[in-house]
Design a binder for this molecule. Structure first.
Ligand code: G3P
Length: 222
């Protein structure tokens, strides 16, 4: 399973990269806003995406803010020109589906975002999206089953042999990662806090403390 970090904060990306397990980055306009707030200054979007791409050799999703086909095509080409590892993030609306198909024909890869239903995901795959991003946590927040959506997308893509990779998004806790992994999602994108939580188990800490104590006692006996 590939691990992406869901942030535009350079220090968080660096910290995840330093763990040695980071495969890519996903950003969105809200995450850009947070990054600018933390930086305490306005950020140039293209420049900032370039910095992220230079930090992480894997795929970096950068989202269009246009909502028309023509606008998405212009922005999609501009974003793709920043670096080779940019993947253009496009919302799952009619013009978005059209743009995903047209950009794919130009060799530009896309991450189809804001996916909340399996039929939406089917359209994204037919259009040729490189990634589909089902938003698990936001469905759970709305009293729906986010993990069920991931399962249904994986099943549909498997039946028809679509190449579109399932990128589990809007992940809130390690159980979302575990269930996505068990289902065979290709990628999980998550905040740094969730990546760190994947490591933690109290019995590991208790066991290690005991081993260290006993090792000291063993050395005193020798
Ligand atoms: O990358 C977009 C997605 O992961 C959003 O997550 O937590 O804002 O629902 P969230």
């Amino acid at each position: 399973m590939k691990f992406f970090i869901d942030t535009a904060d350079l220090s968080e990306i660096q910290e995840a990269k330093d763990m040695g397990l980071l495969d890519g980055v996903t950003t969105n306009p809200s995450l850009m806003k947070v990054a600018a707030e933390r930086a305490g200054q306005p950020l140039d979007f293209a420049d900032h995406i370039g910095k992220i791409c230079d930090l992480v050799p894997g795929d970096v999703s950068a989202e269009v803010t246009a909502v028309t086909f023509d606008g998405m095509m212009i922005q999609g080409r501009e974003l793709a020109a920043i670096r080779n590892n940019v993947v253009v993030k496009i919302p799952l609306i009619l013009d978005g589906i059209k743009a995903i198909k047209a950009l794919a024909q130009e060799g530009i890869r896309s991450n189809c975002t804001l996916c909340f239903s399996p039929t939406q995901a089917l359209l994204a795959a037919k259009a040729g999206a490189a990634y589909i991003s089902p938003f698990i946590g936001r469905l759970d927040d709305a009293s729906s089953d986010g993990m069920k959506l991931v399962q249904e997308i994986i099943e549909i893509y498997s039946v028809y042999g679509y190449d579109t990779e399932v990128l589990a998004a809007s992940i809130r806790h390690p159980m979302h990662v575990l269930e996505s992994a068990l289902m065979g999602a290709h990628v999980a994108t998550m905040p740094l806090s969730v990546i760190k939580k994947l490591l933690y188990h109290p019995l590991t800490d208790i066991g290690l403390t005991q081993f260290m104590d006993d090792w000291s006692k063993f050395q005193e006996q020798s």
